[in-house]
Write a protein that binds this ligand. Structure first.
Ligand code: ADP
Length: 271
């Protein structure tokens, strides 16, 4: 089976000129089949503020009302996605920008209001608004873009964290979940490695110490790390998606620094 790398890059990396440049260099020179999935939350917050729209977050997750849906559609699907595509094209990589709506790659349904545990431990009913929970991904269509066929040149998909419901509505979907969805969907046709990269060297035992990278995590050690508060915030949905991927046919899942995506160092997720 052919190998493919699905790289998810965090918001902080793509929203900083210097780190984006480094990431593009690393990704462009990566050999073989590849897909890039990106976030962009910080840009959405900034552009929303410029438009006088307030960003509301619950437990680190964005509330997407109608105005915010317009902002994330413009920012994720436009500004951030197209900047990455143009930068990759400048390096000779045949990048194509996609949302889940393009070619019906990823369908979702609007999340119903649900009970959420707040930072102070209390439970509250939260309506996340126009947020999509994934139902289905079309791995074959994605694979058809990635592999050259009948003289048609292969492409490198750059996927924005937006999905659609098949009834004309775009929905905001967590970028880590998008990456897991893409990786799992490609397992029928490829031997898939999923790499979550960000501005830190991996999952760390001590947030202040770059030398404290935890080399591997299994479900038992994950439960302990969570209970001890060593992993928190945005790292929790990332690890949940990482475990979901490794138990659903993805061959290798790594969490690492954006400069180390080729070396595949960092924290390895064990089945
Ligand atoms: P991204 O936008 O890069 O996907 P998130 O902000 O969603 O990233 O999640 C990564 C963040 O998780 C890190 O920037 C860090 O603040 C936080 N985090 C929590 N626990 C840990 C840990 N043990 N090791 C590394 N990062 C952690």
């Amino acid at each position: 089976m052919d190998k493919i790398n699905v790289i998810k890059v965090g918001g902080a990396v793509v929203e900083n000129e210097a780190s984006l440049k480094e990431l593009i260099n690393q990704f462009a020179t990566m050999p073989g089949y590849k897909v890039l999935v990106h976030g962009g939350g910080r840009s959405a917050t900034r552009i929303a503020a410029q438009l006088g729209i307030e960003s509301r977050m619950v437990g680190g997750r964005r509330i997407t009302d109608e105005d915010m849906l317009q902002v994330v559609t413009m920012v994720y699907g436009g500004l951030v996605n197209k900047r990455i595509v143009a930068a990759l094209q400048a390096k000779g990589v045949n990048a194509i920008g996609l949302t889940g709506a393009d070619m019906d790659i990823i369908r979702s349904h609007k999340r119903e209001p649900k009970m959420v545990t707040m930072d102070d431990g209390t439970q509250e009913m939260v309506d996340f608004g126009f947020v999509g929970d994934v139902d289905h991904a079309n791995g074959q269509r994605l694979a058809s873009l990635v592999k050259a066929k009948d003289g048609i040149e292969a492409a490198v998909p750059v996927v924005a964290p937006l999905t659609h419901d098949g009834m004309g509505n775009i929905l905001n979907t967590n970028a880590d979940t998008m990456a897991a969805t893409v990786a799992k969907a490609l397992t029928e046709e490829f031997d898939v490695t999923l790499t979550y990269c960000f501005e830190k060297p991996g999952v760390m035992a001590d947030a202040e110490d770059d030398d404290s990278v935890i080399p591997s995590i299994n479900t038992e050690s994950y439960a302990r790390l969570k209970a001890d508060g060593i992993v928190s915030g945005g790292m929790i949905p990332k690890l949940d998606n990482a475990f979901d991927s490794i138990s659903s046919g993805v061959k290798r899942v790594v969490i690492t620094h954006f400069m180390d995506i080729q070396a595949s160092m960092g924290t390895v997720i064990e089945k």
